[in-house]
Design a binder for this molecule. Sequence first.
Ligand code: 5GP
Length: 197
Amino acid sequence: MIENKRGLLLVISGPSGVGKGTICKELLNDSTILSVSATTRNPRDGEENGVSYFFYDKEKFKTMIENDELMEWAEYCGNFYGTPKAFVESKLDEGKNVILEIEVQGAMKVKEKYPEGVYIFILPPSLEELKNRIIGRGTEDESVIETRMNQVTRELSFASEYNYFVENDKIENAVKKINAIIEAEKAKSDRCSAQLI
Ligand code: 5GP
């Protein structure tokens, strides 16, 4: 009786170390999938090409920009990151909800082109907690931690551009909240066609 033709474009941002990656993995199911970004940064231990990211060199990344293959791209802490467009568009057309886990500059570019998207900003319980999480992750050396912490204030200044704030005090609470947002957004009358009589 009620039908959502196009999937939801879910854009999820938040400062480094806030837990976006873990939250996004927990949101995945048959109807909600994650876009795999392209990046020029080096893989971390355990990261697989084509799963965590498509790891490309700068030359290949530049070619993707020139060929208009990216929905958005941004430079973050000296590396390039971008969202391959064709995959996202085709999945939205199939009715899948697609999550972009991206930083703020890229998210703002997407928002200009896709105002119908759902923009969610994840906040840490405190800045102290955030720093502890980045250090605890143990994947970056000290200078990278410093650069990432310097980005935090800048990223937080964009938070008000998002439709929703979700605090990540506990992964399960944040996931529950985002699933509630997805359900509510899908039920919006302008996203559905309903046979009323
Ligand atoms: P990391 O190096 O920790 O995996 O990611 C660094 C930042 O880049 C994170 O804030 C992450 O959300 C963001 N990011 C990942 N993929 C993309 C993308 O395709 N585009 C943009 N603009 N940011 C991305």
